[in-house]
Design a binder for this molecule. Structure first.
Ligand code: ADP
Ligand code: MG
Length: 729
């Protein structure tokens, strides 16, 4: 009776903070010690090759065969000195997470004698057995293999005894099978488009950077309790569980001290992350019990994304050392906040200017407004696509719940910026842009302070918020590859900047003065992008109606949101920026629908097992006990006393019967719904059927299971309860 649960509780209570061997030196000493940095390259790679390599790295090009061998020799030497025995191409398949296939340096010479080798070819290109990675039908059998190749803009690093090489993953025909390839393409597109627009304001800009600072939210749960919850183990979330009497109402977790055992985990995690070159800086409790956040200093978008993926796997490894499991799922528990991964995004120049920050001088403010307004236009034009870029079976639980951004993309600007845009909208050209004697242009209407007052005016309900010097894309899910969202955003903004430039240039070529044209076009955009601007409460029902009126995408069904990748505007935009071809978009959607279906299918099966093997037997045992009681009462008491004495037990017996009956019927219906869905001819209809027909049944079954949890004797309940999962650490 309840034995698994009590065993696991006993174990959980015994778990103590694990002493962290960690560093005695300051972080500056061990930062990036596991990374083959430029500094180390200088030590291990011949200088003539080095120049070429740095040139490739700086110009975002891929490694060339002629220097691959020399680079590989240096890399191997460095890695082996640190104890490496294996290497792997580390890539980002469309299923999420990262994939790796380890090969040993060990090999045999022709004469059979052993050698340790790592050739240029092994670095340059590998053929992971790709047939098991989804390609959405792109690779049919005759070209079943994809290949991976090092992305030199992300340095190689060591994990344990393995040299990890960040790679792109493409088919032999060059079709992207991963997230990194289109992210790199989107970076190239945006860098170029943004630089060209910068040239209106500053001719000295040579290069533009795209920056990402992610904030990773996660839950911790004791491993013993985790092991007693098959749903957590197999799906990453609880598929049932009644609310804990106390959850996050008091918000005491957010402000509370980090528990000792968790602190030990965090120290260990930060040590490992810093050694891997991830500049982590922030750690704190989050809103829900046992929920936490970590964030690094922002970095170039591709590197930042690699680092986020790496940190997610480091977290899982380190957590186990501390007898925790880390839950990266967007919604591990119903009734408390879910986890997101805010993506702080900005564009800056090699001249040191953040294009999304009000300038140090008024001249830069015109440039700032230009970029700001173009981002607004891009987000408005592609709001459906941006939602598609963050949607998944797991994130769907979080969006639209009263805690996270709604399933409508809008932009929060804050009072000051809104005022500036309003003034510009009503200004004349002469008022709007002023030119000084040196022919410099500046914003005439309003002075924007360098530091915005409402910088901290946090509107937590906005999925896409301007936060003073960057945009914060908050709708991204905690388990996601941020690359999906970043590549869509980069591409949309790049396309918008290209449109802007074309529009401006056309009129300049006709002889109109540059500043007049810039003013006109910016003003036109300010009017045109009003629909996307919303500073109000995103959780309210009124906003949903209002958003509908404004023509924003209000679809909430994940499989239908995925369609937005294939809208004519998306296809055109991705083609114009060369980020994804139409065939690649189709294949991505196939994979997304397939992944959606698989996730729900697994959840639905696990739920079926749980209710049949855990919930119903416990309920039955308790019911039997009550029935025996009822009989005993009959034997012991006078007939006129029996009815009232048995009243309460009989009522519970009936309730158990009712809930159990509903559960059994629900499981049967759910199995049928799955069977019907599985027979549908294409991935899209399958995903829709799972969404429309399977998910509602899961919710119905859960309701009855949770009701039983409230009724059944606590001692007989086999699954750790919410109050245990959420509060023990
Ligand atoms: P919050 O108060 O929202 O938690 P923080 O100030 O801690 O935000 O920063 C969150 C993330 O935003 C960090 O990763 C930080 O490096 C990043 N960030 C700060 N400035 C920028 C910027 N200009 N561009 C991109 N990311 C930035
Ligand atoms: Mg933030």
């Amino acid at each position: 009776m309840g034995a698994i649960r009590f065993e696991s509780l006993k174990m959980a209570w015994q778990h103590q903070p694990v002493e962290v061997k960690g560093p005695s030196e300051p972080a500056s000493v061990f930062f990036a010690e596991k990374v083959f940095t430029r500094e180390k390259m200088k030590e291990y790679i011949a200088s003539d090759v080095l120049d070429k390599l740095f040139e490739l790295m700086d110009s975002d090009q891929t490694l060339t065969r002629d220097i691959a061998n020399s680079v590989a020799i240096g890399m191997k030497k460095w890695a082996m000195e640190l104890g490496a025995t294996h290497f792997t191409h580390w890539f980002q398949p469309l299923t999420g997470g990262t994939a790796e296939k380890h090969d040993s340096f060990f090999s045999l010479n022709k004469d059979g004698s052993p050698i340790l080798e790592f050739s240029g070819d092994s670095l340059y290109q590998q053929e992971p057995d790709a047939s098991s990675f989804p390609s959405g039908g792109i690779r049919n059998t005759f070209e079943a293999r994809g290949y991976s190749a090092w992305d030199p803009s992300s340095p190689v690093f060591l994990v344990g005894d393995t040299l990890c090489i960040p790679t792109i993953f493409v088919s032999y025909t060059g079709v992207a099978l991963d997230y990194k390839t289109p992210l790199l393409r989107s970076r190239a597109a945006l860098c170029q488009a943004a630089r060209e627009v910068c040239l209106y304001f500053d001719k000295t800009v040579k290069h533009v950077n795209i920056n990402l600072g992610w904030e990773q939210e996660y839950f911790l749960v004791d491993e013993a309790l985790y092991n007693a919850r098959p749903d957590l183990m197999l799906t990453g979330r609880t598929l049932m569980g009644h609310d804990s009497a106390k959850n996050q109402q008091l918000e005491d977790h957010y402000f509370g001290a980090v528990p000792e055992r968790v602190l030990a985990f965090m120290r260990d995690l930060e040590f490992e992350a810093l050694r891997a070159g991830i500049p982590v800086r922030t750690r704190h409790n989050e809103v829900a019990p046992n929920q936490f956040e970590m964030a690094p200093i922002f970095e170039e978008v591709n590197l930042a994304n690699d680092h986020n993926l790496l940190v997610m796997s480091i977290m899982e490894r380190v957590a186990q050392r501390h007898h925790f499991r880390v839950l990266l799922h967007e919604k591990p528990y119903a009734g408390v906040n879910g986890s997101g991964k805010h993506c702080n995004w900005s564009i800056s120049t090699d001249t040191g200017v953040n294009l999304l920050a009000p300038g140090k001088n008024p001249y830069q403010n015109l440039q700032f407004v230009t970029f700001l307004v173009n981002v607004l236009m891009a987000v408005q034009r592609h709001n459906g696509l941006l939602k598609a870029s963050i949607v998944s079976a797991t994130n769907a639980h979080r969006l639209g719940a009263n805690e996270a951004p709604p399933a409508i993309i809008s932009v929060f600007l804050g009072k000051q910026i809104t005022e500036v845009l309003d003034k510009l909208e009503h200004a004349s050209a002469e008022e709007g842009i002023i030119i000084n004697a040196k022919k410099e242009m500046k914003l005439g209407v309003a002075n924007i302070p360098e530091i915005l007052l409402d910088n901290t005016d946090r509107n937590r309900t906005s999925p896409f918020a301007f936060t003073g010097n960057r945009f914060e894309f908050r709708a991204v899910g905690s388990s996601a590859n941020c690359g999906a969202a970043m590549l869509a955003l980069n591409a949309a903004v790049a396309d918008q900047l290209m449109t802007f430039k074309a529009e401006v240039n056309e009129r300049i070529e006709k002889g109109e003065p540059k500043e007049r044209v810039l003013f006109d076009v910016i003003k036109k955009y300010i009017v045109a992008c009003k629909a996307i601007r919303f500073d109000g409460n995103g959780y309210s029902d009124k906003w949903k109606q209002e958003a509908e009126k404004r023509g924003l995408d209000c679809e909430t069904s994940a499989p239908l949101v995925i369609d937005r990748y294939l809208s004519p505007e998306s296809i055109k935009m991705f083609a114009a920026t060369r980020v994804l071809s139409e065939a690649e978009l189709h294949s991505r959607c196939e994979v997304k629908w397939q992944t959606y279906t698989k996730k729900i299918q697994i959840e639905s099966r696990v739920l079926g097992d749980l209710v049949v093997n855990h919930v119903l037997p416990a309920a039955k045992r308790y019911q039997t006990m009550l029935l025996q009681n009822v009989l005993t009462v009959k034997q012991v008491f006078r007939a006129d006393e029996v009815a009232s004495l048995n009243e309460q037990d009989c009522s519970i017996i009936r309730q158990i019967e009712q809930h159990s009956g509903k559960i059994l019927a629900g499981v049967e219906k759910m199995t049928d719904a799955r069977r019907t869905a599985n027979h549908l001819p294409d991935e899209r209809s399958k995903a829709i059927a799972y969404h429309d027909n399977v998910v509602p049944l899961m919710e119905e079954i859960r309701e009855h299971a949770d009701a039983l949890e409230m009724i059944v004797d606590d001692e007989m309940w086999t699954l750790p309860k919410y109050r245990e999962l959420l509060f023990i650490h």
